[in-house]
Design a binder for this molecule. Sequence first.
Ligand SMILES: [Zn+2]
Length: 252
Amino acid sequence: MIKRIGSAVIGAVIIAAVSLFVLRSPIFYLIHPGQESMQYIGETEFPSYASTIAKKDGSLVIVSNPDSLLVLVNKDRRLPDFYTPPDLVIPNVRFSYNGDKEKMQMRKEAAKELEKLFQAADREGVYLFAVSAFRSYERQKALHTMYQKQEGEAVTAVSSAIPGTSEHQTGLAVDVSAQSSRFQLETSFGKTKEGKWLVEHAHEYGFIIRYPEDKTAVTGYMYEPWHIRYVGNPHADYLFKRRLTLEEAMPK
Ligand SMILES: [Zn+2]
């Protein structure tokens, strides 16, 4: 009798040990793809809103992590005055124009991944063109003032960023277009072969479509299928699979 209880206990211990091993191994995630999210937690941490505020500036806050690849800059959160990214380079990709070198620049890691993204698109016969990447504080200020004069306050408020609040100043964002969109930044780009390819593949190279059509209330921006933002991976992959914007992924 004691012997039988003994073997039952040993058996139970073995079963428990095996289950624990299987549950913690990659095999479990292969068999249960729905549980994949469990693997992500921890690996994919986003800095919180509260931990990335340097100080308040009227109705806005100034971010404390402007050099972070995960920096959140939007209508409520701006970069420090005259911030310039530390490692700007010009990516070796097709541009829709020649000349103005300033706006061809991006942070080094983002530039390297943009090159890979363009090469992957090329291999599938999808020809993307970079239009505008880095934009300095001074340049954004000049553009914003010009739009206010030409388009008026209301239109400018939803289409152009107040100086210091443009993602282009981080060196992590780039506007892309294609010949089928006449190299313009228009919502119709989202319907083109190139725009559709970008939606499906940008995350593989660490980029996100920053202002999706169904998230205008969250981002505060109109749909911009041309504006991609580098966040790196696994973060871009995480956002893509869950259809989340940066704002939604960051803890408060
Ligand atoms: Zn843009």
